[in-house]
Design a protein around this ligand. Structure first.
Ligand code: 7RM
Length: 678
């Protein structure tokens, strides 16, 4: 590959510089400026857990106003802390205030300690990590921001980021924030069709991507996927292509080499002063209907909530190395890899690899090598590693660890115990954290709490400051007292809550504010224990959670509907030992055929190409008919009972159009099971 000297220099500067293995402490100045004041890191007023909790519960708005003044760097102060009407799905925070999120995440720290490490890029290949200081990240961000501007990206424009996790992808997010553009990060595992759908829904003007991605020793053809996606996206004017590998990819008319442009760009970019309620980003997430929804988060409230929860749930102390292994394509990556840690001036790990590459000791080898203090990951990975045995953990020194966190799905007791005792040696705080794309940050977690307060295994337990959980019964009445269950709602707005669904506020109202007027409905059920702690019991709608990836069963059904020989499908989630849940599909064929194996393979390929590989059903069962009510609704509840073999509790089947269908499906399932086990 013919590299010009300039290009070679840029590549060195951006993807392999500084050289691997630089010692993180060298040049740090953070230890001397710990405990920053207003605009340093998220900070609560003098007091303690009890005082804050009491104040936040008594006067949430006053509480948040005070914290917002003390935590964020404002261009101009807000005049009204909160204006909300939950029944109509509106909440606006810090009205009249102006600020820039990238200034809060970068410039304020550069001013005080430019050489503090902002990011440690733990690249796919072990031992090749790259340290990026706050000054370097600001430089990257400004160059990227100026490049976007040069190509006509303005305040309010939408930019898709389809990249694996890296300093450059973080800089891309912050560059958008710097110029007031709205980013929508799309997980690098999504197919071209999923990418196109999101680009079209949001009307993105540009995509930022890599030539290729690298994960688990394998190459991901990212640019090719973008090429395929943008064919059907007329709104896209430019595709910015960065180089993650040395391989050359085909460059078309609207493709721009990102590093070449950044090398020419000015390293200073004046930040755009944004209104508190301007959109910061869209992030697509699954709901119970087929079309993913573009969740809208705004500037000040989101940033404040991410920063405060990052600091107080994990007890982040200045100088700690914070290791959240989530991808930036999910909300966990947004809030706890990028915005929360950087707003707090933290050192955040960017994990590019997988838990099992090159072997199942990877996480703990990283903990040892980078001296990670807080480790935040998903139960699915813990369950996977648990099966590989504890030798992989014990091989490495984990004494740097203070706090462990779990997110994304329920953590079962076995995984919790293993995480706590084997990984954490029984001396680390383990936090089961519950929250959602829509909540912006952690809402229920065992910490913060009174010092030495008890932690019950596998339970999220306590609401964060200013979060008021409420349980509802089937009649829409608040369930009082303890030892009770219900639909989990939140009674008062909080700064991190989503503001709307992009382009469809009515859908926002219908999904979250209609079922229980005056409350935010989470879609999850919960149990309040005898002692008043919260335990999440799972989704109450047709959303399933595969390896911590949220997915609507309707999305899978819609994808499979493309198959000409399969007129009807019904997908449900079923308990899966490692993934938490897997997808189980029931299909009806147009006509009897001997080619069901071919059809099943075709269906799997369709789902992979229309959504993503993780969405492919583990099981596909051919049935003659689906169980339907007289009004034609598929009774998924019965299908769930069949595969969990809870036949004694089938419940009411009288609304079925033809109750004999149950026996029919049961027989088909029994045969399927015998066949698969033989
Ligand atoms: C952060 C994130 C949200 C859904 C949520 C729940 C489930 C998340 C937990 C959990 C039990 C937990 N955002 N969920 N955390 N269930 N215990 N600690 O995951 O938007 O992608 O998913 O995930 O059902 O509604 S998300």
């Amino acid at each position: 590959m013919a590299l010009t000297a300039a290009r070679a220099r840029v590549l060195r500067a951006l993807s392999r510089w500084p050289p691997p293995g630089r010692v993180p402490v060298a040049g740090w100045s953070c230890r001397s400026d710990a405990g920053g004041s207003a605009g340093g890191s998220a900070e609560l007023p003098p007091g303690g857990y009890g005082v804050w909790q009491e104040q936040a519960a008594r006067d949430p708005v006053g509480f948040w106003a005070e914290v917002a003044r003390g935590t964020l760097c404002w261009d101009s102060p807000f005049h009204t802390a909160c204006q909300a009407g939950l029944p109509v799905g509106t909440a606006r925070w810090f009205l009249g205030g102006r600020l820039n999120v990238s200034v809060n995440c970068l410039d304020q720290h550069v001013n005080k300690s430019p050489n503090r490490v902002a990011l440690i890029w733990e690249r796919d290949e072990p031992g090749t990590e790259v340290y990026v200081t706050y000054r370097e990240l600001l430089d990257l961000t400004c160059r990227l921001a100026n490049t976007l501007k040069k190509y006509g990206i303005e305040k309010g424009d939408k930019v898709a980021i389809y990249m694996t996790v890296s300093p450059l992808s973080v800089a891309a997010m912050l560059a958008c924030a710097r110029i007031g553009a709205v980013h929508t990060v799309i997980f690098a595992g999504f197919s071209a069709e999923s990418l196109a759908g999101r680009i079209m829904d949001s009307g993105c003007k540009a995509v930022i991507t890599y030539n290729q991605g690298v994960r688990g020793g394998r190459i991901i053809e990212m640019k090719k996927t973008v090429d395929e996606a943008v064919k059907s996206c007329p709104s896209i004017r430019h595709v910015f292509v960065a180089q993650r590998t040395d391989n050359k990819v085909q460059m078309g008319d609207c493709d721009i080499s990102l590093e070449e442009e950044m090398a020419k760009a000015d390293s200073v970019c004046t930040p755009e002063s944004m209104d508190s309620e301007d959109t910061l980003f869209l992030l697509y997430t699954s709901g119970s209907t087929g079309k993913p929804k573009g969740i809208v988060h705004t500037q000040a409230g989101y940033l404040l909530y991410a920063a405060l929860t990052h600091k107080y749930v994990f007890d982040y102390q200045q100088g700690d190395v914070f290791g959240c292994v989530a991808d930036i394509g999910w909300i966990t990556g947004h809030s706890y890899v990028v915005y929360g840690p950087l707003c707090n001036g933290a050192t955040s790990v960017l994990f590019e690899s997988t838990p099992v590459y090159p072997d199942p000791g990877r996480y703990w080898e990283v903990v040892q090598r980078l001296k990670v203090n807080q480790f935040y990951g998903a139960p699915t990975a813990i369950r996977l590693l648990l099966n590989h045995g504890e030798e992989w953990v014990k091989r490495y020194d984990r004494s740097s660890l203070k706090t462990l966190g779990s997110v994304g799905e329920p953590i079962n007791n076995e995984a919790w115990q293993w995480f706590y005792h084997v990984v954490g040696e029984g001396r680390c705080t383990l936090l089961d954290t519950w929250w959602q794309t829509e909540t912006g940050g952690i809402c229920i977690a065992p910490r913060p709490s009174e010092e030495n307060a008890e932690i019950v295994p596998a339970m999220a337990m306590r609401p964060f400051f200013g979060i008021i959980p409420v349980l509802m019964d089937e009649n829409g009445k608040v369930v009082e007292g303890n030892d009770v269950s219900g639909a989990l709602c939140i009674a008062h707005p909080w700064p991190g809550m989503a503001r709307t669904i992009y382009g469809d506020h009515q859908r926002f109202v219908d999904a979250y504010f209609k079922a229980y007027p005056g409350y935010y409905f989470t879609g999850d059920g919960a149990y309040r224990t005898k002692k008043g702690y919260y335990q999440i019991t799972g989704r109450m709608d047709d959303v399933i959670n595969i390896s911590g990836h949220r997915l609507g069963t309707a999305e899978i059904e819609d994808a499979m509907a493309d198959h000409a020989e399969v007129p009807e499908t019904a997908v449900i989630g079923y308990p899966h030992k490692i993934k938490g849940e897997g997808a189980f599909a029931f299909i009806v064929l147009k006509e009897p055929t001997a080619h069901t194996d071919r059809i099943k393979e075709e269906l799997k390929a369709i789902v992979a190409s229309k959504i993503a590989k993780y969405a492919v059903p583990d099981h596909i069962l051919v049935v003659k008919r689906l169980p339907k009510t007289r009004s034609g609704k598929i009774m998924r509840r019965l299908l769930r009972k069949v595969i969990t073999e809870e036949l004694s509790s089938m419940g009411d089947t009288t609304t079925l159009d033809d109750p004999s269908v149950v026996k029919e499906i049961l027989d088909a399932y029994q045969k399927y099971k015998e066949k698969s086990s033989s």
